[in-house]
Design a protein around this ligand. Structure first.
Ligand code: FAD
Ligand code: UDP
Length: 394
């Protein structure tokens, strides 16, 4: 039965859960969450590896970080956070480097110590081949920032594996996720707040849904029940945008990941949570060792869980993980955005989240965006029937 709900939320990831929680906390509003999988939480879901009890993030490692005070205060209502700080190391040839690119990496790579000024001068010289502002694609942008030697060692091979797309055909902004620092600082994120949920991701996600006005139905695909939902029921859809429109403007391209999990008979496999493998001839992109996300926990000392990550194009049966930022996909996305606008006007359906907007959103961005969409559209609609259309954040 799908009648009697003030809001239907399709998908129980952070976007859907945030909207549902906000709506449910308005007096008397009833929310129904439909989730295709047999668990809530979307890709942030985690589970205990049965042999070791080590928490493994089932859809890839998830690190929470944000500089948005509102988001930080909001998430702290549902979870306590550890003081975990993410650091990444990168293996090239027989060497392990401290990542992202920083003075330690530069000194080790060029076999000589440099002061910050000397390192700047060295990289500026190597980077002069392209002008950053004029860079047209990922390769030019990367070389304009770090020069060719570092690009070839740390970026080219990794990108070839991660995207299997010619870097000349990838948008330049992918690389802005990777800063270059002329200090020895190797924190991966620059954000004000960072940590991992003390009791794990799943406890956090369940707490968000734990409200008398929220009902969650698992193992329900929206498209199997859509006809049974009363017409015009306000709906927030966080599934794949192109699927909603039966791929009428074509299939948006996605990358998926294969995770190869192994329990290894040692208390410590690699000494850190994540090791990138930057060489093109190693088939995986990185190895996560999950015990290192929670050094405060009492995990077994004779076993550890590692997960090798492989990246490839998603076909229709694969989990879509990363949108592919190519001109063809961006064009298709424009057409879907137009369709989405109509859908809001005609059927009260609002699109949101990573799949619903075809945008790579970190968790804090999905939550922040959901809070904004709630404030600007869904809240006013539930309060006094304000129309759900208007400028859409898709
Ligand atoms: P999702 O979590 O994808 O949730 C969408 C939900 O909708 C899913 O549960 C899906 O089953 C459901 N659904 C889809 N279609 C239907 C349907 N037809 N009917 C019913 N249900 C449906 N973010 C970070 O901040 N830090 C990280 O370190 C980080 N690492 C990541 C690593 C990987 C490999 C990936 C893929 C993402 C990572 N993220 C990370 C991003 C994070 O996963 C997203 O920000 C978050 O999942 C977004 O939430 P969402 O609700 O938009 O989407
Ligand atoms: N990247 C790279 N070399 C690395 C790590 C990352 O070239 O060793 C590039 C690559 O384009 C990748 C992007 O930086 O897609 C973002 O990487 P990050 O690990 O931060 O993102 P994630 O895959 O965890 O979302």
């Amino acid at each position: 039965d799908f009648a009697g709900y003030d809001l239907i939320v399709v998908g129980s990831g952070f976007f859907g859960l945030t909207v549902a929680e906000r709506a449910a906390s308005q007096p008397g509003k009833k929310v129904l969450i439909l989730e295709r999988r047999s668990h809530i939480g979307g890709n942030a879901y985690s589970e205990q590896e049965p042999e070791t009890g080590i928490e493994v993030h089932s859809y890839g490692a998830h690190l929470f970080h944000t500089s948005n005070k509102r988001v930080w205060d909001y998430v702290n209502q549902f979870a306590d956070f550890t003081d975990y700080q993410h650091r990444v190391f990168a293996k090239v040839g027989e060497q392990v480097y401290s990542f992202p690119m920083n003075l330690a990496l530069i000194n080790q790579f060029f076999g000589k110590s440099h002061s910050p000024d000397e390192a700047r001068e060295l990289i500026a010289k190597q980077a002069s081949e392209f002008d950053t502002d004029a860079a047209q694609n990922l390769e030019e942008k990367a070389i304009s920032l770090i020069g060719r030697p570092l690009y070839e060692a740390f970026i080219r091979g990794y990108n070839a594996k991660q995207w299997q797309t010619d870097p000349k055909n990838l948008a330049a902004n992918i690389i802005t996720r990777l800063p270059v620092r002329y200090t020895f600082s190797n924190r991966y994120f620059n954000d004000t707040y960072e940590g991992l949920p003390v009791d794990g991701y799943t406890a956090w996600l369940e707490k968000m849904a734990d409200h008398p006005n929220i009902e969650v139905r698992l193992d329900v695909d929206y498209f199997d029940v859509r006809e049974q939902i009363p017409a015009g029921t306000p709906t927030v859809y966080t599934g794949p945008l192109d699927r909603y429109f039966d791929y009428s403007a074509g299939r948006l391209g996605w990358r998926t990941l294969d995770f190869e999990r192994e329990v290894v008979p040692t208390g410590d496999y690699q000494g850190t949570a994540v090791m990138n493998y930057n060489d093109a001839d190693v088939p995986f992109t990185r190895i996560h060792e999950f015990r290192h996300f929670h050094p405060e926990r009492d995990y077994p000392k004779d076993k550890t869980v590692i997960v090798r990550e492989y990246s490839r194009f998603a076909d229709e049966n694969d989990e879509p993980y990363y949108p592919i930022n190519t001109p063809e996909n961006r064009e298709m996305l424009e057409r879907y955005r137009e369709l989405a606008k109509n859908e809001a006007r005609e059927r009260n359906v609002v699109f949101g989240g990573r799949l619903g907007t075809y945008k790579y959103l970190d968790m804090h961005m999905a939550i922040g965006s959901a809070l904004t969409v709630f404030d600007n559209k869904i809240g006013p609609h539930l309060a006094d029937g304000a129309p759900l259309d208007g400028s859409l954040d898709v």
